[in-house]
Design a protein around this ligand. Structure first.
Ligand SMILES: Cc1cc2nc3c(=O)[nH]c(=O)nc-3n(C[C@H](O)[C@H](O)[C@H](O)COP(=O)(O)O)c2cc1C
Length: 215
């Protein structure tokens, strides 16, 4: 009787150990694939801010996080990807939130080269109204294209507004709130970059954070 109970106990323990090992293995295999997929998605979503630039691979590994409070748009942490060519800084890609969207914050990718010139804008996430504010998406219209090649010198900071407000940029018919929010966010990011570009490129990523990215 005791021997039978002992055998059953051992059998159950072996089954439990095998199941635990299988779950751990599955988790490890899936986690690696999820991280790889996320990395690929991220690399793809950064492309619109990298057009026309020659740069080294591994842009996503140069990520730094700027915690609040900061002078960038949005109250949450901002993300910056540093772009290099043969180890020399080429551009910084900011992921920030425009606060004053019609239906909430608008997450935007803003690429700025080392001369302070916009390399590309891409709206990543928003809740603006279909047919109105959502035309800021690059799949729906070319509206964001008008910022390519612009800087705080072109136009001067006072010109960073929609034409209806005396600025230089096109609005969207029947939807001025969304464009206003995005233009304000780009201008704030350009001003931040102008004041902090040296610090941004000088920031060293701690080894522990690099390991987390590489996992
Ligand atoms: C249901 C509804 C949804 C709207 N969604 C947006 C929007 O997503 N973005 C936007 O800029 N304006 C939106 N508007 C319009 C704004 O309230 C505002 O009238 C408009 O931005 C002003 O643009 P205009 O100065 O070109 O007329 C919406 C209005 C309504 C009634």
């Amino acid at each position: 009787m005791t021997t039978t109970m002992f055998r059953s106990g051992v059998t159950l323990a072996v089954i439990a150990a095998v199941c635990t090992a299988l779950v751990a293995l599955t988790y490890r295999l899936t986690a690696e694939r999820i991280v790889a997929n996320e990395q690929a998605w991220l690399e793809r979503s950064l492309q619109p801010a990298l057009s026309g630039l020659f740069y080294d691979s591994g842009v996503t590994e140069s990520k730094i996080i700027i915690p609040p409070p900061h002078e960038l748009p949005g109250s949450e942490a901002a993300i910056v990807y540093r772009v290099y060519a043969e180890a020399a800084p080429v551009a910084a890609l900011f992921v920030v939130s425009a606060r004053d969207g019609y239906a909430g914050p608008i997450r935007i990718l803003i690429g700025i080269d080392t001369m302070g010139v916009v390399t590309g804008i891409h709206v990543l996430e928003h809740r603006e109204t279909p047919g109105l504010g959502d035309r800021v998406e690059s799949t729906k219209s070319d509206w964001v294209k008008q910022f390519d090649g612009r800087s705080l010198l072109d136009p001067e900071p006072t010109g960073w507004a929609i034409k209806g407000d005396g600025g230089q940029f096109d609005q969207l018919t029947g939807a001025s709130v969304t464009p206003r929010a995005i233009i304000k966010a780009i201008k704030e990011t350009l001003l931040y970059f102008e004041a902090h570009s040296e610090e941004i490129f000088a920031t060293v990523i701690p080894e522990t954070d690099k390991e987390k990215t590489e996992q």
